[in-house]
Design a protein around this ligand. Structure first.
Ligand code: 5GP
Length: 137
């Protein structure tokens, strides 16, 4: 499907919407999920326009997964996470709600995951968690 450049993450990438960022370089952005399924729920997105993992350029996918690992290590260290769920939903049929490819890092257990994208988080608490993750990068 054609990439919709009006999606929320495209707007965050262009600076048209705010985000609590933990990492950014010329190819990737990592920021806190606004409706976290657990404390420290972070999203990692490539900057290149792709809707799903299958649409993503393999080189961008390779680089993005390196940053996913880097941020996961920071979450582990900063929040003393005993386990991290890496989740990637490709396609509305899989439950994808924002049509720009992204990787969820959720410090939790698959058995304890809260509901997906339903409950707005406490933004001050999320900011404090982001500061801890940033300090551990
Ligand atoms: P998906 O369902 O596409 O795999 O995940 C989209 C994620 O984006 C959800 O976890 C949802 O909470 C999060 N999200 C939706 N809108 C926003 C937003 O405006 N800002 C941020 N930071 N996260 C968002």
């Amino acid at each position: 499907m054609a990439y919709d450049d009006q999606n929320i993450f495209a707007k965050i990438l262009r600076g048209e919407l705010p985000a609590i960022k933990v990492y950014e370089d010329d190819q990737v952005l990592a920021f806190m999920d606004i409706m976290p399924q657990a404390d420290g729920h972070t999203l990692v997105i490539p900057k290149s326009p792709a809707e799903t993992l299958m649409d993503l350029d393999p080189k961008a996918a390779t680089y993005t997964i390196q940053i996913v690992q880097k941020v996961a290590k920071a979450i582990e260290k900063a929040l003393d996470a005993k386990g991290i769920v890496l989740m990637q939903l490709s396609g509305a049929a899989a439950g994808q709600t924002v049509p720009h490819v992204h990787f969820h890092l959720i410090p939790s257990s698959v058995h304890d995951l809260g509901k997906h994208a339903v409950q707005m988080g406490d933004q001050e608490k999320i900011k404090a968690l982001a500061e801890k993750i940033k300090a551990a990068l």
